[in-house]
Ligand binder design. Structure first.
Ligand code: NDP
Ligand code: PYR
Ligand code: MG
Length: 417
């Protein structure tokens, strides 16, 4: 571990611990009360006897829960800790800092309240039952860091059962941001997406969804090579799940180093340090290197630039330019979904998000190889991206509330976050 790394880790531990600056509690968030509770008369409304009145109304009409409770602005961030960042299966409890972090971003960037829920269960069917049983509390479910292939089944079953949005962030959030970043990187490097050769390291939750989304925006399956922990995904392998089989290539190649020759783009959604400078040297001119494993990418940008100075590099981290991270979209997707009463987050909403993010970076004067996407702290994101998602929800027929988009834009502009 370098001195710099160890110092970052010490700072991070101190940041999360008690006594960090003014907040005297461990962790990163707390719950706030939103109504006056100043005297006996307020108590009689907030609690007994007054609280019975909204209960009775909700019992008569469940939709009233959105009028009388926090449900309509409340998202569950749910993990079982089986694929936590690139740390792997570290269990439910150890995933809590990440889930609290996601809750912080929901609130900070889009005013969405969330509870982080870490569930000590790995059986997919049991997890589905637990989450389905919890769902009345929430307006949406954000699944996080649940490993593949179980995550595909869990999300599908929950989407079939529930009428609130269920969204596996590592799949779809990542896919949206990768698509937006890749479109802009290809634009800068002058490469045509239909002819782009891509090599992907990882064939899990994030990678499979990203590859599907890249097809959706114009990449060709025949130009994409995928590797997992056993090497290249080929038709001769007998150990592939259904999601991997869709990417199997009829090739004698065995390793990432075998297939990266001449590749225009690399997408890493696997683990730390899995790509070498020798691999990068084999890539085409102006290579695009999205090394997105967190916290440690497949290869660091400075290592890429040493051997390919014209490369466009991205990581999932906040301490390098070009942060390609699902945090750039999940707060706004849920903001729009909750506000429109969307029953799901569909492909139209995902496409609208990717397009809005890509356009936002292209049109603000900074666009370039070190600025392919807006940064996470860009104040334009809330209004600019959320309005486009809300419009897509309405146009594609999943919204229960049809908003006046000009009014909605103004309301987002005036949100104090
Ligand atoms: N920047 C961002 O926004 C995001 C980044 N990520 C990062 O992507 C990574 C994967 O996350 P996720 O998809 O959720 O996890 P999964 O557990 O679902 O998938 C991990 C994948 O990595 C593969 N893998 C592990 N070791 C190697 C190796 N040596 N060579 C090639 N592939 C390997 C696994 O292979 P196998 O199938 O054989 O087990 C598996 O396909 C993590 O580092 C995570 O932090 C994830 C989401 C968002
Ligand atoms: C960013 C994220 O969700 C991950 O690395 O898992
Ligand atoms: Mg994640």
């Amino acid at each position: 571990m370098s001195v710099q790394q160890s110092s970052l880790e010490q700072q991070a531990l101190s940041y999360h611990a008690q006594n960090y600056q003014v907040n005297n509690r461990p962790g990163k968030l707390e719950i706030a009360v939103t109504k006056p509770v100043n005297g006996q008369s307020d108590l009689a409304l907030a609690y007994s006897p007054g609280v019975a009145a909204p209960c009775v109304e909700i019992n008569k009409d469940p939709a009233k829960a959105y009028e009388y409770t926090a449900k309509g602005n409340l998202v569950a961030v749910i993990s079982n800790g089986t694929a936590v960042l690139g740390l792997g299966d570290i269990g439910a409890l150890a995933s809590k800092p990440v889930m609290e972090g996601k809750a912080v971003l929901f609130k900070k960037f889009a005013g969405v309240d969330s509870f982080d829920i870490e569930i000590d269960e790995t059986d997919p069917d049991k997890l589905v039952e637990i989450i389905a049983a919890l769902h009345p509390t929430f307006g949406g479910i954000n699944l996080e860091d649940i490993k593949a292939p179980e995550c595909f089944y869990i999300e599908k079953k929950l989407r079939e059962r529930l009428t609130i949005p269920v969204f596996h962030d590592d799949q779809h959030g990542t896919a949206i941001v990768v698509a937006a970043g890749m479109l802009n990187a290809l634009h800068l490097s002058g490469k045509a997406i239909a002819e782009t050769k891509l090599v992907c390291s990882g064939a899990g939750a994030a990678a499979i969804a990203c590859l599907d989304m890249l097809l959706d925006v114009g990449m060709k399956r025949e130009n994409i090579y995928v590797c997992d922990s056993k090497g290249v995904i080929t038709t001769s392998r007998t150990d592939l799940n259904a999601e991997k089989q869709a990417w199997a290539k009829d090739t004698p190649a065995k390793t990432l180093s075998d297939v990266i020759e001449g590749a225009d783009a690399f997408l890493g959604l696997s683990g730390p340090g899995l790509v070498t400078q020798a691999d990068i040297k084999k890539m085409a001119a102006k290579p695009i290197v999205f090394a997105l494993a967190n916290p440690e990418p497949e290869i660091r940008p400075e290592k890429v630039k040493e051997v390919a100075p014209d490369a466009i590099c991205a990581t999932g981290r906040s301490d390098y330019p070009n942060q390609v991270n699902n945090a750039l979209c999940f707060p706004y997707l849920f903001r729009a979904a909750l506000d429109t009463g969307a029953t799901q987050i569909n492909q139209a909403m995902k496409r609208a998000t990717a397009t809005a993010l890509a356009e936002m970076a292209r049109t603000d004067g900074h666009f370039g190889t070190d600025y392919i996407l807006p940064t996470l702290l860009d104040p334009r994101l809330l209004t600019g991206v959320t309005t486009k998602i809300a419009q897509a929800a309405i146009d594609s027929g999943v919204a229960k509330r049809v908003l006046n988009l000009a009014d909605y834009q103004n309301a987002l502009n005036s949100m104090a976050l």
